[in-house]
Write a protein that binds this ligand. Structure first.
Ligand SMILES: [Zn+2]
Ligand SMILES: [Zn+2]
Length: 309
C-alpha cells in the first residue's frame, strides 16, 4: 500500500504563527492513523485533503492539553459531517473520563461509535492483517507512551514457472501460496510458499515518540525504523530545562536515531521560542545526517522497503 505522513501540527505547548499544536497523520488509500490531536486539527485535515469518513484510529501519547484538546472538536466535526464509521481512540488512563466529561458538558451526540481504549502497559495494542501498532512507556512528566506503526512483511515475488514445474495449475492454489499458505497436491505432496516465491520484503516502520526525554528502551523499540518522529523541544543550551520538563534536545534526538540505526529522523514539537528552528536541525545533522525539521503541512511519501527478511 502507498502510505504518506502528514504533519498537521509541529509546535510545543502553544501555537505560533507558523506552527499548530501536535498532530501527525499517517495515511493509506483506505485507512488513516492520527498521532496526537492538537487544536485546529480539523482545518489542517481539510487543507491536506484528509478524510473525515475514512477508517481511522487515533493514538494519544499523553493527556497534556496541547496533545488532546483537538480531539473533542474533531469528533464533533465528524458528527456534523455525518460520519457513520466507528473510530478507535487509544491513550493513557483518564482518556475515557475526559471524553465523557466533554460530551456531557457540551451536550453533543455522535453519529458513530467511539471505541475508547485506555492503555495500561507497553506492548502491541493493535494487530491487523497488514500491520501492528506497539507502544512503550516513554519518559515525560506524566504517564506517556511512544508509538510504533509497523507493517508486516510483504510476500516475495511469485514465480509461476516454478509452480507449473511442481505440477500446480494456475488458480486457487496459486493464490493460497501467494497468501503464505501451504498447499497439498493430489499426490499428497506438500508445496510451501518458499518453494515458489522469493524472499519476503520488510514492512515499513514509523516511530512517533510524543513528548519525552531519552530513555533506555527506545533503542530496541525503534530499531531500524524507516522514520523516527522525535520530540525536539529545546536547543542544546537548554538541556537541563529539557531534562526537568521531560523533553529532548536535537543532540539527544539524533543520538537516539543513531543508536536505533534509523533511516530518517524528523524533529518536531518545536518550542515557540524558535521562530527559525534551523539551529535545531543543524545541531542534529552533525550527529545524524538524514534529519529534517517538521513543518506544518509537510507531506512525506514513504516508499516501500525493499530489504529482504
Ligand atoms: Zn507537548
Ligand atoms: Zn507533554
Amino acid at each position: 500500500m502507498n502510505i504518506r505522513l502528514v504533519f498537521l501540527g509541529t509546535s510545543a505547548a502553544v501555537p505560533t504563527l507558523n506552527r499548530g499544536l501536535p498532530a501527525t497523520i499517517l495515511q493509506s488509500s483506505t485507512e488513516q492513523w492520527i498521532f496526537d490531536c492538537g487544536e485546529n486539527i480539523q482545518r489542517q485535515m481539510i487543507t491536506t485533503k484528509s478524510s473525515f469518513h475514512k477508517k481511522t484510529k487515533i493514538f494519544l501519547t499523553h493527556l497534556h492539553g496541547d496533545h488532546v484538546l483537538g480531539l473533542p472538536g474533531l469528533l464533533q466535526t465528524m458528527t456534523l459531517m455525518d460520519r457513520r464509521e466507528p473510530i478507535q481512540v487509544y491513550g493513557p488512563l483518564g482518556l475515557k473520563n475526559f471524553l465523557v466529561n466533554c460530551q456531557q458538558t457540551l451536550k453533543f451526540e455522535l453519529t458513530y461509535q467511539v471505541e475508547v481504549n485506555e492503555i495500561v502497559k507497553s506492548g502491541v495494542i493493535v494487530e491487523e492483517e497488514k500491520y501492528i501498532v506497539e507502544i512503550v512507556e516513554s519518559n515525560h512528566t506524566i504517564e506517556s507512551y511512544s508509538y510504533v506503526f509497523e507493517e508486516k512483511p510483504r510476500p516475495g515475488k511469485f514465480f509461476p514457472e516454478k509452480a507449473l514445474a511442481l505440477g500446480l495449475p494456475e488458480g486457487e492454489l496459486w493464490s493460497k501460496l501467494q497468501k503464505g499458505e501451504k498447499v497439498t497436491l493430489s499426490n499428497d505432496k506438500i508445496v510451501k510458499p518458499d518453494d515458489v516465491m522469493g524472499p519476503r520484503k520488510q514492512g515499513r516502520k514509523i516511530v512517533y515518540t510524543g513528548d519525552t526525554k531519552p530513555f533506555e528502551a527506545f533503542t530496541s523499540f525503534a530499531k531500524y525504523a524507516d522514520v523516527i518522529i522525535h520530540d525536539c523541544t529545546y536547543d542544546d543550551s537548554l538541556t537541563e530545562k529539557a531534562d526537568i520538563t521531560g523533553h529532548s534536545t536535537p543532540t539527544q534526538a539524533a543520538e537516539q536515531a543513531k543508536k536505533a540505526d534509523a533511516k530518517m529522523l524528523v524533529l518536531t514539537h518545536i518550542s515557540a521560542r524558535y521562530p527559525d528552528a534551523n539551529l535545531l536541525l543543524e545541531r542534529a545533522k552533525k550527529i545524524f545526517e538524514n534529519t529534517i525539521l517538521a513543518e506544518d503541512l509537510l507531506v512525506l511519501e514513504l516508499p516501500f522497503n525493499d530489504n529482504e527478511c
